[in-house]
Design a protein around this ligand. Structure first.
Ligand SMILES: Cc1cc2nc3c(=O)[nH]c(=O)nc-3n(C[C@H](O)[C@H](O)[C@H](O)COP(=O)(O)OP(=O)(O)OC[C@H]3O[C@@H](n4cnc5c(N)ncnc54)[C@H](O)[C@@H]3O)c2cc1C
Length: 566
């Protein structure tokens, strides 16, 4: 082993946490023997194994943080300054501080990631300019995503329950709907929430200006919109995602629906053909089926939600089919056309040719990042999975002062992750120390009925990660709450690491099963053992008792237990 000690002068550190960030960054290198960074002295001393790393690796690691930069390499007892590194960085920082940027932050996009970022930046007394164009302010979730879909899903559920009561003895009244009125109330709710949760939140904020305009990056600190240039020290790209439209012959000629248009239809579709088999496809398929449409799902894979294990996917498929939804898997669509007022899909289904005829097509075949025409290529902003934007753990793109958050990063396409990332990106732009994104415990939900809810690993992922795991599944037909409610569709499955008796994941298929998710998420996050979980009181006749029963089920047959016995 060849050992070398290097001492570096580091610019940009403003507190001890900055020093810790530098230490952590350098520690990631293989071959670091000793690592000491001092914020007051603005220096770092590193002992390295030169067979494994080099002084330039250390310098690059520090510079890659974007906030701190090596300005001198101090050669002990000689006062020699190497000029191979950027000695002008202190000047650059001063210049940046004195520079008359128009704004501290320009945000491109006006959805959840953007709003969360603007709120955080305003709290830090930063001057923010936000551009939004395309969708109305608030972006996907409130206008054409979470809010309209979930209110219509609830409406459809009430209609379904009214007409299909779980209890013998309740005589269904043959409830019907006024579809136009349901859509009108949905639009009203969207408007109210857009106002309350977006427009009103920032309208009186003196630090934030919102402009309705499409924005383009001109340079790393300059954005163009409506023919004018605006400059900022930092830029956040939060432009969201939209439906990925597959290349199917004839598709562009039929008036197909996507989530932006689906919730605006004036008449209930007679026969909705849904292309896709993941969450957006399934939630909407069931919702329209329950409102009265005939629905056919065409899924390319051989299973719906194919990333999930077969117990989840096949049970859910069965429950959807019981409601009359037709689900075809292994579908290759050859072409689409309009004929006599209908839409015709020519496809091969598990290698057999089929013609599927419907009244409308809804395309839900995944998402693509909203990045085209934004000038990213000219600036060399690195893409991720074709249309998305690549970011590091601090949400920086490869250009350090340009950050990205939300759907357009292509990692976690949910509104709560978008909001988290918007705020984190701002923290990392202006905060004293950068914080890495943390998705170690990430709960998610598919709002079908029964819902699919998950957190952590399933058994396939645990197997691939070579964890010594086991699973415990309790069927809803063995949970008192579900028995009493006469709704026993689904199960609760826990996955545990046998080596330390701690939970590593869960999958739930149950009506309102998502409400159980946070107990399990907290247990995973804070490392509760299965014993600690099952020792908690869980009130009798709650669905959460199912979590306790599943925890007990690792070691006992719960069917042989008396009421509430452990
Ligand atoms: C049908 C559906 C249902 C969903 N349901 C849920 C749910 O129940 N729960 C959940 O957590 N998530 C749900 N999601 C996902 C959630 O809506 C998104 O993850 C979230 O809205 C992404 O927020 P964002 O800020 O990244 O982008 P967006 O909200 O899409 O905002 C981006 C904004 O930027 C604008 N824009 C784009 N380019 C430019 C430009 N160059 N200049 C100016 N403006 C631009 C866009 O028009 C848009 O207004 C759903 C999504 C869909 C489609």
């Amino acid at each position: 082993m060849a050992v070398e000690t290097i001492k570096l002068e580091i610019a940009g550190m403003t507190c001890d946490d900055c020093a810790k960030t530098v230490i952590n960054e350098v520690d990631k290198l293989d071959g670091i023997i000793f690592n000491d960074v001092s914020y007051p002295k603005k220096t770092g001393e590193f002992q390295i194994d030169t067979d494994k790393t080099s002084s330039s690796d250390v310098i690059n690691a520090i510079n890659s943080t974007g906030h701190y930069k090596v300005v001198n390499e101090i050669v002990e007892n000689a006062n020699i300054i190497t000029d191979t590194i950027d000695v002008n960085y202190e000047d650059e920082i001063k210049e940046k501080q004195n520079n008359n940027f128009d704004y501290d932050l320009i945000i491109i996009g006006g959805g959840s990631a953007a709003f969360s970022a603007a709120i955080k930046a305003s709290e830090l007394e930063k001057k923010v300019l936000m551009f939004n164009e395309g969708l109305p302010i608030g972006g996907t979730c409130v206008n054409v995503g979470c809010v309209p879909s979930k209110t219509l899903i609830r409406a459809a559920e009430q209609l379904h329950t009214a007409n299909h009561p779980n209890f013998i003895g309740i005589i269904s009244g043959g409830s019907t709907i006024d579809f136009r009125e349901i859509i009108r109330k949905k639009t009203e709710l969207v408007g109210d929430l857009r106002e309350a949760k977006y427009i009103d939140v920032l309208k009186d904020d003196p630090n934030v200006t919102i402009v309705k305009a499409r924005a383009t990056l001109i340079d790393k600190t300059i954005v163009e919109a409506d023919g004018k240039n605006y400059s900022a020290e930092n830029i956040l790209l939060a432009t969201g995602s939209s439906t990925f439209i597959p290349d199917i012959p004839g598709l562009s000629e039929v008036n197909f629906l996507i989530n932006d248009t689906l919730y605006e239809v004036e008449k209930l579709p007679e026969h909705l053909i849904v292309i896709g088999g993941r969450y957006i496809a399934l939630e909407n398929a069931q919702m329209f089926a329950r409102l009265g449409s005939k629905v056919t799902i065409l899924q390319r894979s051989f299973r719906i939600i194919p990333d999930e294990t077969t117990d989840v996917t096949e049970s859910l498929k069965g429950f959807l089919e019981e409601e009359g939804i037709e689900i075809k898997t292994g579908v290759k669509i050859k072409s689409v056309e309009n004929r006599n007022g209908s839409v015709i899909v020519n496809a091969s289904v598990k290698d057999e040719d089929e013609v599927i005829e419907g009244s409308h097509i809804f395309v839900a075949t995944g998402r693509k990042g909203n990045t085209s025409g934004m000038g990213l290529e000219n600036l060399g902003v690195e893409p991720h999975k074709d249309s998305f934007i690549k970011t590091n753990e601090f949400l920086q793109t490869n250009i350090p002062n340009i950050y990205s958050a939300g759907d357009v990063t292509g990692e976690y396409l949910f509104v709560y992750s978008a909001a988290y990332e918007g705020s984190l990106a701002v923290n990392n732009m202006f905060g004293e120390a950068k914080v890495s994104k943390d998705y170690s415990v990430f709960p998610w939900v598919i709002f079908t009925d029964p819902q699919v809810a998950g957190v952590g690993m399933d058994e396939d992922q645990a197997y691939k990660a070579k964890i010594n795991y086991d699973i415990s599944t309790i069927q809803l037909k063995d949970i008192p709450r579900s028995i009493a409610a006469r709704n026993t569709k689904g199960f609760i499955k826990l996955i545990r690491n046998k080596d330390n008796n701690k939970l590593i994941g869960a999958r739930i298929l149950a009506s309102e099963g998502s409400e159980l998710l946070m107990e399990i998420s907290l247990a995973i996050k804070f490392g509760l053992t299965v014993t600690e979980l099952k020792d908690m009181f869980h009130p009798y006749l709650t669905l959460s008792e199912g979590v306790k029963l599943a925890a007990i089920g690792f070691d006992k047959d719960v069917k042989k237990l008396s009421c509430c016995a452990v």
